[in-house]
Design a protein around this ligand. Structure first.
Ligand SMILES: NC(=O)c1ccc[n+]([C@@H]2O[C@H](COP(=O)([O-])OP(=O)(O)OC[C@H]3O[C@@H](n4cnc5c(N)ncnc54)[C@H](O)[C@@H]3O)[C@@H](O)[C@H]2O)c1
Length: 438
């Protein structure tokens, strides 16, 4: 199959290299530097196995990247994977999807042979695919030649290739049977048995299910974090023990019950906000649970900093090291990372903040650039600091252990924002605080 992917970001590029195992993929992106990198076999994002898959696909001429200025060629399937960021009021910015779909329809004669399916993979509110794609297809009178799908993506940054190769299930929101079969075949040719669990539903159900999925996972995290606040005040109780025991109930599952600095990244914050905005503004439905999820999550950075303040009430002029900037290990993505809010708060308290991350070497820190010194050298980050706050659970930090992390510090206080050392022996030389235990 010839597949045109619009938007070569985390989703577009990850899907592209996986689909290129069996199909011919053309990636279109407005970012010329990204396009050039991909064609040079250099991945613009950090993902396990990405470099090898990309190099292999480019060498076999199964993938190429182009800008919109170049010819698209005949395609069997178009997948729109552009960003859908939050607007300031939490609603979803659909301008990229709008431009991308307009571009596809403007060039439909170039793309279309006998039959082509146009699909949206970006996370969009219910009704978007119908409005931006199906209605245009109907207006053009192309119902026999163009199928329409919404195919939500569930890959996680940090394990994007593994997730795209082995999905729990494939959801296809489809305008009709023929369109759904094209997607089914696309995945089955690449993934074989791993594509057996295909659920075909309406466009709107598929659009909504992506938001509900992320909102439910965010709910589990915020719920565990609220319970962590409770266990901190219950002498003898420990959040991990409680949630592990609760998770063994087969109706519940222990996954996504990790308490810590809160969820971040490009999806959970914006998708919870997007669902709230859709429900409240478009439907007039109050979202009490969803708003509580946001509130609990927004309090996490301050709770981590409070642990530090309980031990060191004045941070004025003191060096504090922040370990981890990416919103989770395995990625260099810092979008909505709790580390950024923690740096902000430490700076407000007068600390001299140093930050380290194994993958984030430079970043658009915005205002934060003035608030923290970023270094690639972990020793330099820790050297002479009064305290250290572990925010992202990178293996490098876990391997060093408590003694290894604190030996260069002037002080001995380590705040474990991810509970990675709760089972470790705490050396006498280390002052250790974490969330969720008294
Ligand atoms: N990142 C994830 O883990 C993830 C997981 C599941 C779903 N999603 C959803 O997938 C969508 C894409 O997310 P992402 O993280 O890949 O975004 P991203 O920001 O990494 O990539 C989007 C890409 O689209 C390009 N682009 C924008 N407008 C374009 C246009 N008109 N033509 C061509 N290219 C254009 C941008 O230059 C960028 O490279 C979002 O809706 C997101 O919510 C993301």
């Amino acid at each position: 199959m010839n597949v045109l992917i619009i938007g070569a970001g985390y989703v577009g590029l990850s899907m592209g290299v996986v689909l290129a195992k069996s199909h011919v993929v053309t990636l279109v992106d407005i970012d010329e530097s990204k396009v050039a990198m991909i064609n040079r076999k250099e991945s613009p994002i950090h993902e396990r196995d990405m470099d090898d898959l990309l190099a292999d696909a480019v060498s076999r001429n199964k993938i190429r990247a182009i800008t919109p200025a170049e010819p698209f060629g005949r395609q069997n399937l178009v997948l729109i994977c552009v960003g859908t960021p939050s607007m300031e009021d939490g609603s979803v910015d659909l301008s990229y999807v709008n431009k991308a779909t307009d571009m596809v329809f403007e060039r439909i004669e170039e793309i279309l042979d006998d039959y082509c399916v146009i699909g949206i993979k970006s996370t969009v509110p219910p009704g978007t695919t119908r409005k931006f794609v199906s209605e245009k297809v109907a207006r053009m009178g192309y119902m026999d030649k163009l199928g329409v799908v919404f195919n939500p993506e569930f890959l996680r940054e940090g394990s994007a290739i593994a997730d795209a190769t082995n999905p729990d299930r494939i959801i296809i929101g489809a305008s009709d049977y023929k369109a759904s079969q094209v997607l089914k075949k696309l995945y089955q040719e690449v993934l074989g048995d791993a594509a057996n669990n295909v659920i075909v539903i309406s466009l709107e159900s598929a659009e909504l299910c992506k938001y509900v999925n992320n909102a439910f996972l965010a709910t589990k995290i915020s719920f565990a974090n609220e319970i962590a606040n409770i266990t901190e005040r219950v002498s003898g109780a420990d959040i991990d023990e409680v949630m592990r025991a609760v998770g063994e109930d087969s109706r519940i599952s222990p996954k996504f019950f990790g308490s810590g600095a809160g969820y971040g990244g490009s999806c959970f914050p914006k998708d919870v906000a997007g669902l709230i905005s859709f429900a409240e503004k478009n439907l007039g439905i109050a979202t009490h649970v969803l708003r509580a999820i946001q509130l609990v999550n927004s309090e996490r950075p301050a709770r981590i900093v409070n642990l530090l303040l309980e031990e060191l009430p004045s941070l004025k002029g003191k060096k504090v090291s922040v370990l981890g900037l990416a919103f989770k290990p395995g990625t260099d993505d810092t979008r909505e990372s709790p580390a950024l809010k923690i740096i902000d708060l430490l700076h407000e308290h007068g600390a001299e903040v140093w930050a380290h991350d194994p993958l984030v070497h430079e970043m658009d820190l915005g205002n934060l650039a003035k608030k923290a010194q970023l270094t690639d050298n972990l020793e330099e980050c820790l050297n002479n600091s009064a305290a250290c706050v572990l925010v992202t659970e990178w293996e490098e930090y876990i391997q060093r252990g408590l003694a290894g992390l604190t030996e260069l510090m002037q002080g001995n206080l380590l705040i474990d924002g991810r509970r990675v050392f709760t089972d470790a022996e705490i050396p006498e030389s280390v002052s250790y605080r974490t969330i969720g235990q008294s």
